[in-house]
Write a protein that binds this ligand. Structure first.
Ligand SMILES: Cc1cc2nc3c(=O)[nH]c(=O)nc-3n(C[C@H](O)[C@H](O)[C@H](O)COP(=O)(O)OP(=O)(O)OC[C@H]3O[C@@H](n4cnc5c(N)ncnc54)[C@H](O)[C@@H]3O)c2cc1C
Ligand code: SF4
Length: 535
């Protein structure tokens, strides 16, 4: 905070938030290093409004500090408010007001932020600020809000697959003229292989923390000891150059196996063939369209198969852009959705990992150690379990937003309230991803080492996913039986006697009790992490 009052009278104050660390950020367009000031602030409000994993806080602080250094090296004046600056007000809007008082700039420029809650606060600030405030669109996405709204406006149901096809046509990615490369839009059917015995995922070299990251890790260790998660395993890129190095290695060495084993899980193998790029993408260290084009180039050069490249591009061009579109189209009412009237508390083992369910213990274990679990662990293990247990969506949201290094509400919430728990009633997905233990057994090696019997359906030693599955359908019959994609299981259920259906409900209730999914306090359904003793 060294800018001299009065020096910047005709300049702009340019706000850069912690997930806006891109050189081509619209807030920096037209930046004049002689007159403008960039404001960056490590604010406690943002770091603590949920108890974020300590790796996530360290990642954001480290990446912000590195970005500020880079801007300074280009001659830009950066007003950087560190977490330990004595007069840090710990709120973005207050820091903006203070900067306006002290710097006497002529205008404020910012890029729209990624989260509804903060966007409201910044818009309110813009209406009352003492100088004009310009909020520019965020162009670091492939599909603009306006484009998504146009796409969504003329359809009864939004389905990612159709959105994705339109994005393929518009970007030309994996297109041969008007037709999809390979004659099909989607090669998902080839991407559902379980891991064959003996095949081990490639060894991954993680990014060694640079000196700035090491300092951020030390700061977080000292200041956020009451937050969840390990710090000593930190391996995330915190500069654009580090992110580029990791991406280049992924594209050349790992991508060819991405498709085949995309849905596979294996005990003690957190990374599999996944990209580990979501943190860098969400912070702005990598560009989504550039990644897609480079993945396509690997296919065109014959270095990666089509099922891998199409599957990978679909996650970024399709899912990532789609969930962002849904979030902004449906906010804020989306945040209150609870289609299945779920009312249970989140069991403690989601934090501690102390459970005899081998699949859940592994997914929560990597979450705590690495602030990461891959998509299928998030969806089909923890998400599936939370949904079938009837955990209140506020508690589910709070957990996912807290525990993953890549969690920002615009991408987390449609995945949890939509894809994983069906709390949105079918906006993101066409049916709940409810599954018994058979799915997990097919896609992983967890069950062979589990205390529970994945083949058994009832009784204390039966797999809890099996014991929950039919009870989940029976309990939600009124809400779900009309869903055409669930016609088959409901036909099976209809073939059961009424006594058997009642017994299924009792079986599920017994699991709820055994796993600690008791009824949540309706006034405060979130079950936060209890503290360091459970780390
Ligand atoms: C319940 C649940 C919660 C999730 N929460 C988040 C979150 O908070 N932040 C987040 O970035 N992703 C989230 N995802 C999506 C996905 O799990 C992560 O993006 C992925 O695991 C990140 O690891 P990766 O970079 O190795 O991904 P890869 O498997 O290598 O995929 C490549 C990229 O595709 C994108 N992607 C893939 N699937 C999705 C998806 N469903 N939605 C949006 N982007 C996707 C990501 O940017 C990812 O980096 C969530 C998924 C589920 C089911
Ligand atoms: S038996 Fe059930 S609880 Fe155990 S690992 Fe398999 S799916 Fe998970």
């Amino acid at each position: 905070m060294t800018a001299t009052p009065g020096r910047h009278e005709s300049g702009c104050l340019r706000l850069v938030l912690g997930d806006q660390l891109s050189d081509d950020l619209t807030a920096l367009e037209g930046l004049d290093p002689r007159r403008d000031i960039v404001l960056m602030a490590e604010v406690r409000d943002e770091a603590t409004y949920v108890r974020h994993h300590r790796q996530k806080i360290a990642l954001v602080f480290a990446a912000m500090r590195n970005h500020a250094d880079r801007l300074r090296a280009r001659g830009v004046t950066v007003r950087y408010v560190g977490i330990e600056v004595a007069d840090n007000t710990h709120a973005i809007v207050t820091e903006l007001k203070r900067a306006l008082d002290e710097e006497q700039v002529a205008a404020v420029v910012m890029t729209e932020c990624g989260e509804w809650r903060l966007a409201q606060a910044l818009e309110a600030f813009s209406r009352t600020a003492s100088v004009p405030v310009e909020i520019r669109p965020d162009r670091r996405f492939i599909c603009s809000h306006e484009r998504f709204r146009r796409w969504a406006s003329d359809r009864i149901q939004m389905r990612m697959e159709f959105f994705y096809r339109e994005m393929r046509r518009e970007t030309g990615l994996l297109m041969d003229g008007d037709a999809p490369v390979g004659g099909r839009w989607n090669f998902d059917a080839e991407n559902r292989k379980g891991l064959p015995a003996g095949l081990r995922p490639p060894t991954r070299v993680r990014t060694r923390p640079n000196p700035v990251a090491r300092q951020a890790i030390a700061d977080v260790d000292r200041l956020f000891s009451d937050h969840f998660g390990d710090l000593d395993t930190f391996g995330w890129p915190t500069t654009a150059a580090e992110a580029e190095t990791a991406l280049a290695k992924f594209l050349s060495e790992i991508l060819p196996g991405f498709g085949d084993w995309q849905d596979a899980m294996s005990r003690g193998q957190p990374w599999m063939w996944h990209g580990l790029i979501s943190t860098s993408l969400n912070l702005g260290l990598l560009d989504p369209l550039d990644i897609c084009r480079r993945a396509e180039a690997e296919y065109r050069a014959g270095r990666a198969p089509l099922n891998a490249v199409e599957g990978f591009i679909r996650q970024i061009l399709g899912w990532r852009e789609f969930v962002r579109g849904v979030y902004w189209l449906k906010a804020p009412e989306y945040r209150a959705r609870n289609f299945l009237d779920a009312d249970r508390r989140l069991p403690d083992f989601f934090w501690s990992g102390e459970t005899t369910m081998a699949c859940v213990a592994d997914a929560v274990g990597t979450t705590r150690r690495n602030a990461y679990a891959h998509h299928i662990q998030r969806l089909m293990v923890t998400g599936n379990l939370a949904m079938m247990l009837g955990v209140h969506p506020d508690a589910v949201d709070d957990w996912y937003l807290s525990v993953y290094a890549d969690a920002f509400e615009w991408v987390e919430m449609p995945n949890t309230r939509g894809m994983a728990t069906f709390a949105d009633g079918g906006i993101v997905g066409s049916k709940p991803y409810a599954a018994s233990g058979a799915y997990i057994n097919r896609m992983s090696d967890y069950c062979s080492g589990c205390r529970y019997d994945v083949k058994a359906r009832t009784g204390e030693t039966a797999c809890p996913f099996n014991r929950l599955y039919w009870g989940f359908l029976e309990r939600n019959r009124q809400r779900l039986s009309g869903n055409v994609r669930l016609a088959m299981p409901y036909r099976t259920l209809d073939g059961f006697t009424p006594e058997r259906r009642t017994a299924l409900l009792q079986e599920a209730e017994a699991v709820w009790q055994a796993l600690g999914a008791t009824v949540a306090d309706p006034a405060n359904p979130v079950t936060p992490w209890a503290g360091p003793q459970g780390r």
